[in-house]
Design a protein around this ligand. Structure first.
Ligand code: SF4
Length: 186
């Protein structure tokens, strides 16, 4: 699985994205906008998942145009998408963020990046887990890990509850969560 197309992206997001990326994806669909931190976190993840630059530009433009208009997207936002792909500035080929990096980020008001296990309120986290189909005993186990500040373990338990299989290696990268879930669903 080395490529993802725009027409499959909602289905894939719903079945294979870890909670941090599901949240960003949903907010982008809802608000037709994400602030810089969210664009970086989701944009680099999607690049890692195999979304090609031209598809990435089309995907972000379709959403942002509804909020700021196509012209402003081209002027103000297209650059940062190309930048993620190493096509602007220093031409660094940026790598998707690891869990550790995301967990230690500090989202401000109006930001949607970060790790939900670390950055959500308990109520919001419970609602989000419920939407992923996690409830009852597994949900309490996840919340226990969150209280102990073992956020990646909480994510690992979520993975195990969602896919009904063990994840012995644990989750340490959102793109690893994605590839592991792909392996199970294929
Ligand atoms: Fe995302 Fe990692 Fe947090 Fe899971 S533990 S939600 S993959 S940052």
């Amino acid at each position: 699985f080395s490529e993802i197309s725009i027409k499959d992206i909602d289905k894939v997001a719903n079945s294979c994205f870890p909670l941090c990326m599901r949240h960003l994806f949903e907010k982008l669909r809802e608000d037709h906008h994400l602030k810089h931190g969210g664009r970086m976190q989701l944009g680099l993840f999607l690049k890692g998942v195999g979304l090609k630059l031209e598809d990435a530009l089309a995907f972000w433009k379709a959403e942002f145009s509804r909020k700021v208009g196509a012209e402003r997207f081209d002027k103000e936002y297209a650059y940062s998408i190309r930048h993620n792909y190493g096509k602007e500035g220093k031409r660094t080929d940026y790598t998707p963020f690891s869990c550790q990096k995301i967990i230690s980020s500090t989202p401000g008001v109006g930001d949607h990046h970060g790790c939900p296990y670390r950055h959500f309120s308990e109520d919001n986290l419970r609602t989000a887990l419920g939407k992923m189909g996690v409830g009852g005993h597994p949900m309490e186990k996840v919340m226990e890990k969150v209280r102990d500040r073992h956020y990646q373990l909480a994510c690992t338990l979520t993975f195990e509850a969602v896919y009904g299989t063990s994840c012995d290696a644990g989750i340490n990268h959102p793109n690893q969560y994605f590839t592991d879930s792909q392996k199970i669903l294929q």
